[in-house]
Design a protein around this ligand. Structure first.
Ligand code: ATP
Ligand code: MG
Ligand code: MG
Ligand code: MG
Length: 561
């Protein structure tokens, strides 16, 4: 591609309202332009990066045998009324009505749409497990669209949905998707940490987010040095088990008194990672009374359990008051002050009346009759959210580091919520009707591009990872009226274009202008053709290198690979 013909309107300065470095650089480099709040055009440069990322995604989905398809953006409200999310989704949903007054919406995500296709077209266990995906524009009327592509109101998402006949099949599909997502992030050059997360309005278990540490992230994660530990500081939000009714909750608990004197041993006993261990204490008085105390100071989402006990009611209660409160309620859950929780846990009356359950954020992975003094030190339940930077992580006891980060992907084991509410059944191998078991998996494709830039900044621009760089090789000719330079540039352009995406800066511009633009373009290899063209010598530079090196064109292959 000739740069004289390429549309790359670069800017000296980014607009003053751009805060994130990635946003500034994408505007300055002519990758994107804002059309209205949170809505962008992708100019040729931005679109090249986008298409490369999408290609990688397509290849990795192909490898795990998940076919691509495309759903409409315009959806009927009826589908969402059926799932119960039409109201629940709230103001983030773009709603509209057609000329006949029928309510419609622009899809913010597509669980309902995929579930309906499956409900109508899948009949037997023989057709499962199966998964589908699309790469498609989503619409969310975000309260604060900002940071360029990081939080848009119109953005591109890869969303995959899996459909299984058994839990084991779901587990396998989930692991496949998680592996494919990791491969995608690797190839796109985004460093991510998988962390346990909140399930949001999607519902579901085993919700895992892929968090990319960056200077501008809206989330915060805690990690250790060697990368063996990573947690979302809002992890306690996701204690899905507590969303069960009290009766079911009781059933979930395993009665056992293992010899576990530490969180690590409990994790080993339950065969889950220590990060899954619920940093909370759950009291079960009898089938009717369940009280969950989540230790920590920060407000968390309240989780409903039958009639709910307001968190505020228990926050300051004495042991006697607590017993009285729980006596009149089926159960409740709420964040409590850590010091208060310690006091309550140590209280003799409480101990006699309540049966403490501890365990992991996973079905069947709790255990009853825990004796906190005997089995665990209360300290070990210290909520990660109340931990300070530098304190030991719960696995390898390395100092915790807090960093802001960007949620680039999110995967869920949804279970049967959508399939049951929307009637997606199948006949199992005994001829019995069962609801399909679902998973959902999303990558914020356009958000991820911003994350890549945030993680690959140079002093004056971007250093694109090879696989998603808009151009892999950038040839810059210093003097356009020098025939020898032109001859060499055209020869290299021709040869390198066989194997690489090459941009040849053939513009009649000053070298300063060309180099500034080249920094914004961020090609992994920049070849400058100047004074020594007649000797077959060019200058080669990688983004971020302070100096270019002189290379004879016969040795160029060592630098370009
Ligand atoms: P957030 O917490 O940032 O609002 P979310 O949890 O609402 O994101 P999901 O419903 O999990 O998002 O959607 C899957 C993925 O889509 C997210 O992990 C994220 O990468 C991307 N995404 C979500 N909202 C936006 C947005 N407004 N702009 C760009 N990408 C987004
Ligand atoms: Mg959101
Ligand atoms: Mg989120
Ligand atoms: Mg999410």
């Amino acid at each position: 591609m000739r740069q004289s013909k390429f549309f790359m309107p670069t800017l000296k300065e980014a607009p003053s309202d751009a805060v994130a470095e990635s946003h500034k650089l994408m505007l300055r480099g002519g990758y994107i332009r804002q059309v209205t709040a949170g809505v962008y055009s992708y100019l040729p440069l931005g679109y090249r990066v986008l298409r490369k990322a999408e290609n990688i995604m397509e290849e990795e989905m192909e490898k795990i045998n998940v076919p691509e398809m495309i759903m409409p953006h315009l959806l009927p409200a009826t589908m969402w009324q059926e799932s119960g999310r039409y109201k629940k989704y709230g103001d983030e949903m773009f709603r509209l009505s057609d000329r006949h007054g029928r309510e419609s919406l622009l899809g913010p995500t597509h669980e309902e749409t995929f579930t309906e296709i499956i409900a109508k077209n899948l009949k037997s266990y023989k057709q499962m497990p199966i998964a589908l995906y699309q790469i498609q524009t989503k619409f969310r009327d975000e309260n604060r669209p900002r940071f360029g592509l990081l939080r848009g109101r119109e953005f591109i998402m890869l969303d995959a949905y899996s459909f299984a006949a058994t839990r084991e099949q779901l587990d396998e599909q989930f692991d496949d998707e998680a592996r494919a997502f990791k491969a995608i992030f690797d190839r796109c050059g985004v460093k991510v940490h998988p962390v346990i997360a909140d399930s949001g309005t999607m519902g579901g278990k085993n919700s895992t987010e892929f968090q990319a540490p960056a200077a501008i992230g809206e989330d915060t994660i805690a990690t250790n040095e060697s990368g063996t530990y990573a947690a979302n500081l809002e992890m306690a939000k996701s204690i899905d088990t507590f969303k069960q009714e009290p009766e079911e909750l009781k059933e979930l608990t395993k009665v056992a008194t293992p010899d576990c004197d530490s969180i690590e041993k409990l994790a080993a006993f339950l065969k889950v990672p220590a990060t899954r261990i619920v940093k909370s204490i759950l009291f079960v008085a009898d089938d009717q009374k369940v009280l969950v105390l989540i230790r920590g100071d920060k407000q968390i989402n309240k989780v409903k359990l039958g009639h709910v006990l307001d968190a505020d009611e228990v926050r300051e209660a004495t042991a006697e008051e607590l017993i009285e409160i729980t006596g009149s309620a089926k159960g409740g859950v709420g964040p409590v002050d850590a010091a208060w929780a310690d006091k309550i846990v140590a209280d003799e009356t409480v101990k006699n009346l309540f049966n403490v359950v501890v365990g992991a954020n996973e079905t069947d992975y709790q255990y009853e009759n825990a004796n906190l003094d005997r089995d665990f030190k209360v300290d070990e339940f210290a909520d990660i959210r109340t931990a300070n930077e530098g304190e030991p992580d719960p696995i390898d006891h390395e100092p915790l580091k807090f960093t802001t980060s960007i949620e680039v992907g999110h995967i869920f084991k949804l279970g049967t919520y959508y399939t049951e509410t929307m009637g997606a059944d199948f006949l199992d191998n005994n001829g019995k009707t069962q609801p399909v078991i679902m998973g959902s998996y999303g990558i914020g494709v356009t958000r991820m591009l911003s994350a890549v830039v945030e993680q690959h900044l140079t002093e004056n621009g971007i250093a694109w990872p090879k696989e998603i760089a808009p151009f892999e090789v950038h040839i810059i000719q210093m003097k356009m009226n020098d025939d020898e330079q032109t001859a060499l540039a055209e020869k290299l352009e021709k040869e390198l274009s066989v194997s690489y995406d090459v941009l040849y800066d053939d513009r009649k511009e000053r070298p300063g202008v060309k180099f500034n633009d080249a920094d914004l373009l961020g090609a992994p290899i920049r070849i400058t053709i100047g004074r020594k063209a007649s000797e077959g010598i060019v200058e080669v530079k990688h983004p971020g290198d302070s100096e270019a090196v002189e290379v004879h064109i016969d040795d160029l292959t060592d630098f370009v690979e």
